[in-house]
Write a protein that binds this ligand. Sequence first.
Ligand code: ZN
Length: 259
Amino acid sequence: MSSPLPIHEIYAVKYAGPFSRPVAKVLWNTDWEKEIEINYYIWVVKGDEGPFVVDCGMSPSLAREMKLKGYVDPVEMLARMGIEASRVKRVVVTHMNFDHISGAELFPNATFYVQEKEFNFWVKDPIARKPPFLMLSDPVGNSYLARLEGTERLVLVNGDRVILPGIELLLAPGHTPGLQAVAVNTARGTAIVGSDCAHLFRNYEEEIPSCFIIDMVAWMRTYDKLKSKVSSPDLLFPGHDMRMLTQYPKVAEEITRLV
Ligand SMILES: [Zn+2]
């Protein structure tokens, strides 16, 4: 008989924002004349094996360069939860866009988990140097991960993979070639940190993606896949929704427990 899976908690850690965006940017082809606010987040998953972090946030240097509103160094944000970034052992990189990857250097002792497809595209494919991709990527974060290739600090994942009891990485392309979501066993069943598979809860509800589309067909298949895997629709978490900060129990300044 197999032992029951360990229970985890998921925390949303806001590190920048709010930013005003045209609705059409976060809900493809919808409400061109309206605006909506979003935040930038990383996530922490706590369980038996110690906390791990989902996404890196942005480095202080890039945040300064971009004059990023409401920015707090992710290292300081994690300290508010009693977590030392330099001691974090695992970081799951959902995808290699600047707001999710440029803070990789903040985790000098972590092993990074990235889908091989995602890594190969952003690091090795010359197409990734075309303007629509360049405006979403961060050369510093990309080269940080590239330097780790071949070492035990970079795990290139091929498709779905259980990395710890109760933690499964799910290949979820559409927004980027090899985005991965993180399925987490929680007290309420399987929850999913979906990152930018959706900017907002509304993307999942209405099955309309954001405007940053690499493969729309793959994206719609990803929605079916994540919805079939999650235990309840409200346990499928987006990448940038303000509600992650405002509608869940606060555990520290700008940090909430999602489940
Ligand atoms: Zn994002």
